[in-house]
Write a protein that binds this ligand. Sequence first.
Ligand SMILES: [Zn+2]
Length: 487
Amino acid sequence: MTLHVYNSLTRRKEVFMPLVPGEVRMYVCGVTAYDRCHLGHARAYIVWDTVRRYLQTRYRVHHVQNITDIDDKIIRRARERGIPWQAIAQEFTAAYEADMQRLNVRPADTSPKATAYVGAMVSLIADLIAGGYAYASGGDVYYAVQRFPNYGQLSGRQLQDMQAGASGRVDETEPHKRYPLDFALWKGTKPGEPSWDSPWGPGRPGWHIECSAMARALLGDRLDIHAGGADLKFPHHENEIAQSEAVTGQPLARYWLHNGFVNIDGEKMSKSLGNFFTIQDLLQRFSAMAVRWFVLQAHYRQPIDFTEEGMQAATKAWQTINEGLTFAREFGPRLGWAEKTAPEAGAIARFTAAMDDDFNTAAALAIVFDLAKTLRAAGNALRRQEPIASDQDLAATSAALYKLSEVLGFTVEGIIEATASITSTASGEMEIIEKIGEREISELLAERQQAKKAKNYPKADEIRNYLRKRGVELADKAGGVTTWWRI
Ligand SMILES: [Zn+2]
């Protein structure tokens, strides 16, 4: 059992070997707190949460994820709304945390805020200047990319090509820059903007220096995993490498991991195209665990295409898992299950093999789905009072389903509740039919009970047939009790 991960830096799958045996230091780039998080954030953070959970089955993981609480966009939003910039940062940090909680994304071990590490950033910038990698100019400080020989190694770009592409769009906002591709480490203060003191005058840090300074302060000079969205490879991660490695002389991260993009109906998600979903919008229409299922269905490095049909299929698949997860509660006592049963070893081994292959969650989900399907079928048989496979096997199946669901971050949702929340804003038709079904079924069952009492058997059969056509099967039991289940 050896974990292999795809390293963006070397562009191949490598055996995963942490720097310190048994421990993993993992840094994930976090959000800039100026707006609601969208589907792209949901994907990224579900993916890295799942990677972290899987690593935790084998290692002690130290997971750091920053929050950018000072930035041009935060200042702009605060001006628009006429409130302090701190209020914007607080509001959207809280919104981010609430979204993540609903998606069952665990908080990082440490979530440093940029404004709490300005001192560390200033001292890193001073070291870069002392080493000849950066220069102060007109109250700003810039990184001189030509001084760093490996600039472009992560994104596979050559400085000459980048320069050709960038020429002519330099000096308007950053007149003190000496070379078009140099980037700001420190931005001299402008009227009405928040500022901190520094040897180069009052100002605030550039975005890229934040991660270099906070990763170093909290995890040391070398990380095992540095992760983030593929859109961060250039320039953000390229700049982090240039900043950190110029000072420490060591590789910043052993493995660079990047998750793919999210498209909506085959197009790039953007506010201007009107296909932009916040996590809040999404969770009004779909259950959080269905979203999680949808995200993990794809390999994390591949792009995913968000469609209504895709989400409906994910909702259906998740309902099967949810039914599987509730089996133990519903039937465990009746089947006389022991408190602790060892999970089915074969399923655990297959799951581990899938996840060891660069976190192949698509294959892992198929294994989990099979476990849930077995339990759902057994549940249906038990409700019909039909024979099932040996109880012990089901207990092991259920134990495996629980264990693996936890690694993937799935947690039982109240079925009725979840259905109600899905349908409350009238989204997909499939969910609406099921919701009507729930209510209609109980009404029809009561009606059928009356018909049976009155010995009106043709009417009782008519109701049974009506329900069967809509995917609901009935079983009459002793004492006039009728149970039902979905086919
Ligand atoms: Zn970062």
